[in-house]
Structure formats: C-alpha cells, structure tokens
Design a protein around this ligand. Structure first.
Ligand code: ADP
Ligand code: MG
Length: 231
C-alpha cells in the first residue's frame, strides 16, 4: 500500500510491521485513528503508555513535540493524543497525519542504535552505536558491510569507545551482548532479502541484562518505479 501511494518513507507503525520477520524484538505498537481508540489501545497494551504522532512527513517525532512517554492513565493518554496532534499540525501543517501510535513504556535499559545506509560502492552498510549523545555528538559508531560475519558482529559491538558501558563497569551490570550481536546478524540477513530497503534506523533499542527491545523504527524504501499508464 505504501508503494501504491508512491511513498518511500514508512511510518513507525509500518516500519515495525515490516520488521516483523527480521527476528528483532520490537515493542508492540498499534495505530489509533481516534481519541477513543487511543484510550482503548492503551488499556489493552498496558500502562505506562507512550503516544507518538504517526505521519510519513514527520521523521523526527520528538523534535516537534510528537512523543509523550510515561502516561499512567486514560486521562493522560487522552491529553497526549490532543497534544501530539496539535504539535504536528503546528510544526508541519501540510503533513498527512495517520493518527497516533500506542505502545507500552519499555523499562529503562542502555539505549543503542542500529542503522543501515547504502554506500554507492559497497551497498548496504550496518552501523552500531550507543544511543543519544554518544552517537549524535561523539559519533562513536562502528560500520560493517552487509552481509556480516559473526566476527564482524562481535567486532562492531566491541570497537565502539562506549563498549565498557555495555560490558558493565564499576559495579553496574552489563547488557546482553550476545543478543545485540545476534540482532546485527539477523538484520544483515533480513537486508540481504530486502534490497528495496534504502535506509533503516532502529533508534533506540533498549539493551537489558537479558534481552533487547526496539522502541522506534524507521524504514525508507528505494524510490518506487513509476507506475505505467498513470499521472
Ligand atoms: P523520534 O526518534 O522520532 O524522536 P522515538 O520514537 O525514538 O521518536 O521516541 C523518542 C524517545 O522516547 C526515545 O529515544 C526513547 O527514549 C523514548 N521512547 C520512545 N518509545 C518508548 C517506549 N516504548 N518506551 C520507553 N521509552 C520510549
Ligand atoms: Mg527514535
């Protein structure tokens, strides 16, 4: 349906659905197209809830006030619904708004990111780093060309400067490093099967002592070929 619309950017909800077969644990996320539906879905998925604006034109949702986390009851979800939609209309009046996404608030973990971009020479390249300032300010990331070997995945995780944070330091427990390595390998295999993916971002993935969970996803497809006999 996305391609029939001639659209390349998948929303968070569409990106997470697309990644279903990739083997990466993703926070269950549903689209609500009304305030009432937002409340019902929040009750179904459980509190605390997270509400985010869903629009193919709004790529950085929190930059425009389009993400509300830690909502503990229906009243807060209702207010967040109104707020994120109002913020989106103000920031991006021409944007197509699908509604809001509802998901449960994940427990805190170490935020990491996995991304994919296509290099003109090398094709798909996977990136791994720690989330937040570590990536944005310090550019502390590792890259490998798809397909990854086990050794690539192992090295990627270990070569970032922030690795001690993953390993655990000064009494802090470490995170599930083998599961992160597996996620890199699984994503590499998924991307080999999906050449139509132009860019991918799982930002953030929460890494825990035991397991990982992606709470945001963004997929951009290659520009679709023009549909014959139209336009
Ligand atoms: P964007 O990257 O488009 O601004 P995100 O979906 O990444 O929006 O949300 C912004 C931030 O909110 C995330 O980096 C994360 O810290 C937090 N967040 C998002 N979804 C969840 C969730 N399900 N549980 C806990 N925190 C979340
Ligand atoms: Mg994000």
């Amino acid at each position: 349906m996305v391609r029939q619309e001639g659209r390349a950017v998948l929303t968070e909800v569409e990106s997470k659905a697309f990644l279903q077969g990739a083997g990466i644990p993703v926070a269950e996320t549903r689209l609500a197209t009304s305030r009432k539906e937002a409340l019902a879905l929040a009750r179904e998925l459980g509190f605390p809830a997270v509400v985010k604006v869903v629009s193919p034109q709004i790529i950085h949702k929190s930059d425009i006030g389009g993400v509300k986390v830690g909502l503990t009851n229906g009243a807060e979800v209702g207010r967040a619904y109104d707020q994120v939609l109002a913020a989106a209309r103000t920031a991006s009046p021409a944007a197509t708004i699908h509604g809001v996404s509802i998901q449960r608030m994940a427990s805190p973990g170490v935020e990491v990111i996995i991304g994919m971009t296509k290099d003109i020479q090398f094709g798909p390249v996977l990136m791994f780093g720690l989330g937040g300032v570590m990536v944005e300010v310090l550019k502390d990331v590792a890259f490998r060309i798809v397909p990854l070997t086990r050794r690539d995945a192992r090295q990627m995780v270990r070569e970032i400067k922030g690795f001690p944070i993953l390993e655990g330091y000064r009494g802090q427990r470490g995170v599930d490093i083998p599961r992160l390595e597996q996620a890199l390998l699984d994503l590499s295999a998924f991307l080999e099967k999906h050449d139509e993916v132009k860019e991918l971002d799982l930002n953030p993935i929460f890494a825990y002592q035991d397991g990982i969970l992606a709470v945001d996803a963004r997929v951009i497809l290659e520009e679709p070929a023009p549909v014959a006999g139209r336009g």
